[in-house]
Design a protein around this ligand. Structure first.
Ligand code: ATP
Ligand code: MG
Length: 451
């Protein structure tokens, strides 16, 4: 993309309504614009990041054997009356009446709708196990929408639902979700710690929330620092293997990690003092096993191997995709702007032309642009006729992890400059070597066609 043709409405001033870094930076970097309280338009740069996260979530869900689909945002109140949640859900549910006077709602979550689909089409235990998921906009009429996309009213969520014959099968689904979530967050360059949590209006006993540590997080968390050393890394996981999934869950749930809702002072104090940590965290996902709560209420049964009708065991599993954009920024920024991890960056590298209009500099930039694009990478070329300082400030603000600076002086010596946004370190090297280096850096990442 050439910046002269892009739509990147960066703000010079710091917006006064934004209280936390990610909100300020998303507004300043031209990623979002508030449409009304808690509802945002995703401008091109923000949309690009949101799509990257969505892709990672899809890939890891499909890898775990879960099946993507799409359910609508608007639902009929009738299903929610069946489960008993229409009255229970309270003021967070946006209720709408259509022209025929029928009660509708903008879905805050989808347990009812998916259970209805299940009961209409699945009748035998032979069709199990089954996990269906979608990534769709949700609406919760939060009392105090705040922090930009972190606590919006409309937000983008992946929600998945498992249907299993027995509790053991459903717990395997729970474990599978935990492992696939750990992998998802790692690919986004994040550490999200699973913490035993409270189940709230979804119901059930087994639930973990995934928290990204950040001072601006809304949850108070307590953990054993040993958990922050864990990494899935390159491990290949067989999601059909109960033992393998269970072992990973065991590894991540053995060190103490809880939110204030389930915090146990005695257990916490049993951790060696130097490893005891309390801080704040951002909830970026949650998994639940809730047994037959919805299948009992809504008659979601299958014929078991013994020929008897039996209610299915279910769980639901959510990732806050739009909140993650903010959470990544909270975890990765400095005073100059955002620092995107390579796995989610909207463009792989910025090209800054120090002397736009200079025939050699222009040609070198065009050549770099073409070589990077040919590798499947997406460069953002700042081809505007602007001062170098302004170009650097924009690149730093929008946070591309790598910048190639091209100027007549360097070109006379046959070099350009490659700079890491994270460390600030620069190295001078021939243009082809810079391209080669970026190819190596992004070798492990899935590249997507530009849109
Ligand atoms: P919270 O406690 O933050 O209100 P929740 O526990 O009610 O969230 P879940 O039902 O667990 O939310 O939804 C799954 C994920 O969706 C959450 O982990 C979070 O990342 C995201 N999410 C929930 N509410 C919002 C919101 N208002 N804005 C943005 N993301 C949200
Ligand atoms: Mg939650």
């Amino acid at each position: 993309m050439r910046l002269s043709r892009y739509f990147l409405p960066v703000l010079k001033e710091t917006p006064s309504e934004a209280q936390i870094a990610s909100h300020r930076l998303m507004l300043r970097a031209g990623m979002i614009k508030q449409a009304t309280a808690g509802i945002y338009s995703w401008l091109p740069l923000g949309f690009k990041v949101l799509r990257k996260l969505e892709n990672i979530v899809h890939e890891e869900q499909v890898r775990a054997g879960h099946i993507p689909m799409l359910m609508p945002t608007l639902q009929s109140a009738d299903l929610w009356r069946e489960s008993g949640r229409y009255d229970d859900y309270g003021a967070e549910m946006l209720r709408i009446t259509d022209r025929h006077g029928r009660d509708m709602l903008y879905g805050p979550t989808n347990e009812e709708l998916i259970t209805d689909i299940f009961r209409a089409h699945v009748g035998s235990y032979k069709d199990l196990p089954l996990t269906l998921y979608h990534i769709q906009w949700k609406f919760r009429d939060e009392v105090r929408p705040r922090f930009g996309v972190m606590r919006g009213r409309e937000f983008f969520m992946k929600d998945g639902y498992n249907f299993d014959l027995t509790k053991e099968d459903a717990l395997h689904a729970y474990n599978r979700h935990m492992v696939s979530y750990l992998r998802t967050y790692e690919r986004m360059g994040l550490q999200a710690i699973p913490m035993r949590a409270d189940s709230g209006p979804i119901g059930g006993d087994d639930t973990h929330e995934f928290l990204v540590l950040a001072e601006t997080g809304e949850s108070e968390v307590f953990y054993d620092s040993a958990i922050t050393d864990l990494k899935l890394g390159e491990r290949v996981v067989d999601y059909d293997s109960r033992a393998e999934c269970e072992a990973i869950v065991e590894e991540w749930t053995t060190p103490y990690a809880r939110t204030d809702e389930t915090h146990d002072e005695a257990k916490f104090n049993a951790i060696p003092e130097e490893r005891r940590r309390s801080s704040r965290g951002i909830e970026v996902g949650q998994i639940f096993y809730f047994g037959t709560k919805y299948s009992d209420a809504m008659g979601a049964t299958v014929q078991g191997p013994d020929g008897k009708s039996t209610p299915v065991h279910m769980g639901s599993h959510g990732i806050g995709v739009s909140r993650l954009v903010g959470a990544i920024i909270e975890a990765s920024h400095d005073e100059r702007g955002i620092i995107w991890p390579e796995g989610v960056t909207p463009f792989h590298a910025g090209i800054v032309n120090l002397k736009q209009g200079d025939a050699e500099a222009d040609a070198a930039c065009e050549a770099l642009y073409a070589s990077l694009t040919a590798l499947g990478l997406e460069p953002l070329y700042d081809d505007r006729d602007e001062r170098a300082g302004g170009k650097f400030a924009t690149m730093d603000l929008i946070g591309l992890p790598w910048r190639i600076t091209v100027g007549p002086r360097g070109l006379r010596n046959g070099v350009v400059e490659l700079t890491s946004r994270r460390t600030g370190e620069s190295e001078e090297l021939p243009p082809e070597a810079a391209v080669e280096k970026l190819a190596q850096i992004y070798a492990g990442h899935v590249l997507r066609p530009a849109f």
